[in-house]
Design a protein around this ligand. Structure first.
Ligand code: NAD
Length: 263
């Protein structure tokens, strides 16, 4: 299947590891022009060198803390200078701090609000005008199964990702006439740094080993295994493709059957 992504300009945020990195890799395999960003130069350089196997011409990196407005503005300007206006925006972020309501103070709620919701608002505001001019665009927000079935000790994720889902759905209806689709991908448990961090966090609270925690999490999944990051990336890249032109306002959980709800 030709996904029609050749030479499309893609920005993947928070992409020096995990799901973001795998997404960048899949776009490169489709001959898109890809910019990755995250906070750490060292990690970005490592990822850049790994992804350079697909050639350096279509790949660029820049440092961006997605919690900083100036970094967001600089990143979008840099993409334009390097490859042109963004066709496909993949809004990814680091995972919000784990914890129950009583564990988290107001500052942590405000930080997660900026990290999960406002970063998307800011990037999206910058890309929409050019997408409208081109009469084509794709915005894909990475969320979590928490939006379909809240995860007990992830109250920040449960709270702000559902807000992001509301934003996505509303935008999708407003931008559909401009051929701009807005969708979300909700990963289930995925083998990245994030899942180890969550397991270590829970291990401290329960006095179990993180291996036991991971094994118990795996038992909750009908497929009896966690996802590989490239399995999440595959859904993201499909939603960006020409073939997905009529899919908008959706949230797809890629979770091995973990979510128990019908929708
Ligand atoms: P990861 O830890 O492998 O990757 C997170 C990336 O975000 C890294 O590249 C990191 O450098 C970057 N990052 C963190 N803070 C940043 C900031 N302020 N500015 C710019 N970049 C920043 O984790 P992942 O599993 O790939 O997670 C990606 C997203 O998917 C997260 O929001 C996570 O919560 C969500 N998610 C993950 C899982 C899972 O099981 N792994 C499940 C559901 C949802």
């Amino acid at each position: 299947m030709n996904l029609g992504l050749r030479n499309k300009v893609v920005l993947v945020t928070a992409a020096s590891s995990g799901i973001g990195k795998s997404t960048a890799e899949l776009f490169l395999k489709e001959d898109a022009k890809v910019v990755i960003c995250s906070r750490s130069k060292e990690k970005l350089l490592e990822t850049f060198s790994e992804l350079s196997q697909y050639g350096n011409n279509n790949l660029f990196w820049t440092i961006c803390d997605i919690n900083e407005i100036s970094d967001i503005n600089n990143t979008v300007n840099l993409v334009k200078e390097k490859f042109g206006d963004i066709d496909i925006l993949v809004n990814n972020c680091g995972g919000p701090t784990a914890g129950f309501f009583e564990d988290l103070d107001e500052a942590e709620f405000e930080f997660a609000y900026k990290q999960v919701l406002m970063s998307v608002v800011r990037f999206t505001k910058l890309v929409i005008p050019k997408m409208k001019i081109k009469n084509w665009g794709r915005i894909i927000n990475i969320t979590s199964i928490a939006v379909h079935q809240p995860v007990e000790n992830l109250i920040l994720s449960n709270t702000f990702r559902t807000a992001l889902l509301g934003l996505s759905k509303t935008l999708s209806t407003q931008l559909a006439k401009n051929n701009i689709t807005v969708n979300s991908v909700a990963p289930g448990y995925t083998l990245t740094q994030r899942i180890y961090e969550l397991a270590l966090h829970k291990a401290k609270q329960t006095n179990e080993s993180h291996e036991t925690i991971l094994a118990n999490m795996t038992k909750e999944i009908p497929m009896q295994r966690m996802a590989m990051p490239e399995e999440i990336a595959a859904a993201i890249v499909f939603l960006a493709s020409e073939q997905a032109a009529y899919i908008t306002g959706n949230s797809i959980h890629v979770d091995g059957g973990r979510v128990k709800s019908l929708f």
